[in-house]
Each structure stands twice: as structure tokens, then as C-alpha cells.
Design a binder for this molecule. Structure first.
Ligand SMILES: [Cu+2]
Length: 143
């Protein structure tokens, strides 16, 4: 009779250990952002800091663009420079892309998957002053 109690305790301890192991969320190795590469970009007269932006092919990218000194805009080609018109988009956007307007002091987020290696041009698409047309940059998707 004396030996039963320790055995019961052992069983109880084993069971609770097993259940807590199962309940614990697994995958400590996955990074907490879910594999999204977040890149901060500053838009100010008349440049995007810091261009060129480099990412790896296959990366899920979030550009967080902050307009510093004025309202600016952001638009990026979904085709790499030199790609034939009508080819499959090299950047796959989470939401439809046209011109994203960013008010002064605000931050806009643009999300896409960098599918195809190449150089993608982006530019300001909200008139912001004399050299607005020169306000552009490049995103380079590396293989
Ligand atoms: Cu502009």
C-alpha cells in the first residue's frame, strides 16, 4: 500500500506535463512578423530615402513610407525595367496599386511579394514642388 501513492503522483505529474506540452504553442523559430520584411522609407523634397531598396526574390515586403515635409505620393511599376509590356507582374501587391497619396507627417504601407528579380522604378505621384518629376527611386529584387 505504501508504494501506490508515489506511483499515482508520478502518473498525475506525467499527465499534466504531457498536456501542458501539447497546449504550448509550437514554432519558436518562426519570426514574429510572419516573414514580412519591413522597410522604412522617407519621402521628402525631392527624394526617397534610401533608394535603391534591395530585397530578395520571394520576400514578402512591406514598405512603410513616411512623408516628411510635404504631401507626397508613391507609385511603383509592377514590371521590372525592360520587361515586355503584358508580361506577368514581377511584384505581386496585396491590394490594387495606383498612386498612394501620403499626407505630410503620415505613413503609408505598401505590401507586395517580390516575385521576379529585376529593377523596379518608383516615383512620387503627387505634385510636391518644382522638382517633383525628379523625385524617384529604385527597388532591386535580387535573385
Ligand atoms: Cu512629388
Amino acid at each position: 500500500m505504501r508504494s501506490k501513492l508515489p506511483l499515482l503522483l508520478l502518473i498525475a505529474a506525467t499527465l499534466s506535463l504531457a498536456s501542458s506540452t501539447i497546449a504550448r504553442p509550437s514554432s519558436p523559430s518562426t519570426d514574429s512578423t510572419g516573414g514580412v520584411q519591413v522597410i522604412e522609407v522617407t519621402a521628402k523634397k525631392y527624394e526617397f530615402d534610401s533608394s535603391p531598396i534591395r530585397v530578395k526574390q520571394g520576400a514578402k515586403v512591406q514598405l512603410k513610407i513616411t512623408a516628411k515635409d510635404h504631401a507626397h505620393g508613391f507609385t511603383i511599376s509592377e514590371l521590372a525595367d525592360g520587361a515586355a509590356v503584358g508580361s506577368k507582374p514581377g511584384l505581386v501587391f496585396s491590394s490594387p496599386q495606383d498612386c498612394t497619396k501620403i499626407e505630410e507627417g503620415q505613413t503609408a504601407t505598401i505590401e507586395f511579394v517580390a516575385q521576379t528579380p529585376g529593377t523596379y522604378s518608383f516615383r512620387c505621384c503627387v505634385h510636391c514642388g518644382w522638382h517633383h518629376r525628379a523625385m524617384k527611386g529604385e527597388l532591386i529584387v535580387e535573385p
